[in-house]
Design a protein around this ligand. Structure first.
Ligand code: NAD
Length: 487
């Protein structure tokens, strides 16, 4: 059946397959109506100013915090992730909401600029204006943290928002919309429309002024193409193939412990999760022994170390990457070609994986990790960069961390730690290459949801004018002499 003919769709518990809710599959008309309502409320939301919007967003933050256990359970139910992981995700999202609410005025208020000597009679300033209505399209793997990076920053900047959550986590999306409605001074500031892919496509084609998309690179390209047709800007947060680089002077035990968590937590369904390790040959045996010992203690299951694959079709991708690596001669430290046991995947660590394997070249999005030995950090950097993705990376070295990090073609790097950049609210989050463009979080995340308006006005009139047909010969002569003098 065509998805466009469905009026409803179910949400499942991925661990059991049980249907846990039924949601509206919003039509093109539904989406267009929501966007029209968002436009209608836009002026009033802008008129509240930074202080008024901060009040609303801080109140929303308080509601989410107060009902943390409720949303934690819902995230765990719809994604299958352990409760403690869901709680961590939401806590980080609350931190971003709070930061955006409290810092929008600081980073988005108009700034004055020096007009320069020749234009000294002018006053110049740069303003940041909200786009109007932002369409936010989200994924399922971090259904609160990920879209919140666009929702909170868009709203704080003065935009109204229409949010299409993933069809795998519609309940979480609706919960966010309902809790915002409790604190909203008037309707249609933040609306949630549930639906399948076609609903996302309808939002892309609707009269939104900007699109913030988080999801696969494949879908991002469709969104970008549709947006290009209408000349509207996008911020695209897409997939990754993040490397972990381990130098000979690294704290090996800690590097192994953190790399294991980064690869396996959330069943490997993390855009900034570890997928590849490049370890210096001098410490490779030690690193492999450490990570192998620790990995034996990690088990998937309901509320165990990690849950099931949230999206059943991903199991085929994970299986194909494992099979391809095995066929090309990779060895298994942990797991094997029988690791995929629907709906779970056992931890799988592959060694000496040929660089042309799918497990190295494509995003696996499962609890798998490749470990390859390198002769030098130059080789590690070259291999880390030899991918079409460029999202995050983790570097382990006591002396060379900064140097290695500076050579990585990625949007974010953690040194002697993992994913620090996702939790620090003041730094931008995003990637390069097929991992997308634009940024959420931090001052740049606020800037992303505004456009620039340069405003220049006359402070006093000069005795001669340049931008008129009445320009005199004296004015020409004056300008030429000043230019010659200055340059
Ligand atoms: P997806 O691309 O399948 O879906 C993302 C969203 O797009 C969903 O809401 C979906 O309904 C919608 N959609 C589908 N077709 C569409 C279309 N033609 N037009 C508009 N919208 C459409 O991705 P997913 O499986 O939900 O998410 C997993 C991917 O997201 C992974 O690749 C992961 O790396 C990436 N991700 C990236 C980040 C980041 O910040 N860079 C964060 C989380 C996830």
């Amino acid at each position: 059946m065509s998805t466009t003919t469905l009026t409803e769709f179910p949400s499942h518990n991925p661990a059991t397959g049980e249907v846990i809710g039924t949601y509206r599959n919003a039509s093109v008309e539904d989406v267009n109506a929501a966007v029209a309502r968002a436009h209608a409320s836009s002026r009033a939301w802008q008129a509240l100013g930074f202080a008024g919007r901060k009040k609303v967003l801080v109140a929303w933050d308080a509601v989410i915090s107060k009902r943390l256990s409720e949303i934690t359970e819902l995230v765990a139910l719809e994604t299958g992730k352990p409760l403690s992981d869901a709680s961590l995700e939401i806590s980080l999202a609350i931190g971003h909401l709070d930061w955006a609410a409290k810092n929008a005025a600081r980073y988005l208020s108009p700034v004055t600029r020096n007009p320069g000597l020749i234009m000294a009679n002018m006053k110049a300033r740069v303003e940041r204006a909200p786009y109007g209505v932002v369409g936010v399209i989200g994924p399922w793997n971090y259904p609160v943290f990920t879209p919140m990076g666009s929702i909170a920053y868009s709203l704080a900047a003065g935009n109204t928002v229409v949010f299409k959550p993933s069809e795998y986590t519609p309940g979480v999306g609706e919960w966010l919309g309902a809790t915002f409605a409790e604190v909203a001074p008037f309707p249609d500031i933040f609306q949630v429309i549930t639906g399948l892919g076609a609903t996302g496509q309808a939002l892309t084609n609707a009269a939104v002024d900007k699109i913030a998309f988080t999801g696969s690179t494949r879908t991002a390209k469709k969104v970008a193409a549709a947006a290009a047709d209408r000349m509207i800007p996008t911020v695209l947060e897409c997939g990754g193939k993040d490397p972990v680089i381990v130098d000979s002077d690294a704290n090996i035990k800690k590097a192994a412990e953190y790399a294991l968590w980064l690869a396996m937590s959330n069943a490997g369904q993390t855009c900034i999760g570890a997928e590849r390790v490049y370890v210096h040959h001098a410490v490779a045996d030690e690193f492999i022994r450490e990570i192998g010992d620790m990995a034996k203690e990690i088990h998937p299951g309901i509320n165990k170390n990690y849950g099931p694959a949230t999206m059943p079709s991903q199991l085929n991708v994970i299986q194909s990457h494992i099979d391809d690596a095995a066929a090309k001669g990779a060895k298994f430290l942990i797991g094997g070609t029988d690791s995929v046991q629907p709906p779970f995947v056992q931890p799988t660590i592959m060694l000496d994986v040929p660089e042309d394997s799918l497990a190295i070249t494509e995003e696996t999005f499962g609890p798998t990790l490749t470990i390859n030995r390198v002769q030098s950090m130059d080789e590690a950097v070259a291999l880390a960069n030899a991918t079409r993705y460029g999202l995050g990376a983790s570097v382990w070295s006591k002396r060379n961390g900064e140097k290695i990090a500076s050579q990585l073609v990625t949007g974010m790097v953690s040194i002697n730690s993992v994913i620090g950049f996702a939790g620090v609210a003041t730094v931008p989050f995003g990637g390069v290459k097929d991992s997308g463009y634009g940024r959420i979080h931090g001052p740049e995340g606020l800037h992303e949801f505004t456009y620039l308006r340069s405003v220049v006005s006359e402070r006093f009139a000069l005795p001669f004018a340049f931008t008129t047909f009445k320009r005199t010969k004296f004015a020409d002569k004056f300008l030429t002499s000043v230019i010659k003098f200055l340059h």
